[in-house]
Design a protein around this ligand. Sequence first.
Ligand SMILES: C[S@@+](CC[C@H](N)C(=O)[O-])C[C@H]1O[C@@H](n2cnc3c(N)ncnc32)[C@H](O)[C@@H]1O
Length: 295
Amino acid sequence: MTAQLEVSKATLVENAEFSLTSRDLAVITRIMLKEAGISLSGAKANLVYSRLAKRVRKLGLGSFSEYCAMVESDTGTQELGEMIAALTTNVTRFFREPHHFEHLREKVLPGLMAQARAGGRIRLWSSACSSGPEPYSMALTILNVMPDAYRYDVKILATDIDPNVLATGEAGIYEESALEPVPMGLRKTWFSPLNDGSGRMRANDELRGLVSFRKLNLIGSWPMRGKFQAIFCRNVVIYFDSDTQEALWSRMMPLLEENGALYIGHSERVSGPAEALLANDGITTYRRRRNGELK
Ligand SMILES: C[S@@+](CC[C@H](N)C(=O)[O-])C[C@H]1O[C@@H](n2cnc3c(N)ncnc32)[C@H](O)[C@@H]1O
């Protein structure tokens, strides 16, 4: 018993400024799974330490045990959000996995844009949008085939759990180097230099107007009622355990219109009952089957 206690108190990161014990790591792992669906299993002590040490320092705390106690206290809600933001991976880029945007342009948008011109309601969802390159790449693909799309009822919902990345997306300001994957013609038409000497570029009003950024936890409740003609859910379920992944795909199905497109990340796969409702339509690309219901 004493030996066990000693083990749980021992710090997992040598010569560190703050002690991080296996018990702290277990608490953080449990919170991340419950609150964000994120599985930190494999106990990545160094990763957890490096991402959260600045929070412990900023709050003037002496150890990760104090930090865990704070996050779990009645007044810990705000810090819980900071913790989730610090432990999520936000890597993204414009036109990442370009075959998805080719599929959208060639197979999905021609029909949808005709519908939009006839007064139809067109909705696309970027469900883990990070700092915005994914939903803006969707919007740029739309503007490429229909440059006046912003005059119609065409909208992209861009959601993420992390308010910091949403603020970047909302501002629509990026380093010029980040825009390299954007074809020059689109870059020149839909972005303008910021003129503050920083060399950064800002998405123009029309481009920003197509995208609405909202905070949404994929494992929480969803306010959306209307269906989407395309859903991008890319490079996020890899952080979830298999039960959470299955449940998420099942929840998405009623929100995907018949024949609607689902795009997932290169190392991800659809699992569980949703699989039977989807037909493969290219690399990590699916279409919602007609007349399919979840059993
Ligand atoms: C690696 S980025 C992927 C961004 C983009 N989809 C792409 O493929 O480039 C993963 C994003 O998922 C978000 N995320 C993680 N867990 C989430 C959850 N439970 N609900 C909503 N977003 C979540 C993170 O904040 C992060 O911005």
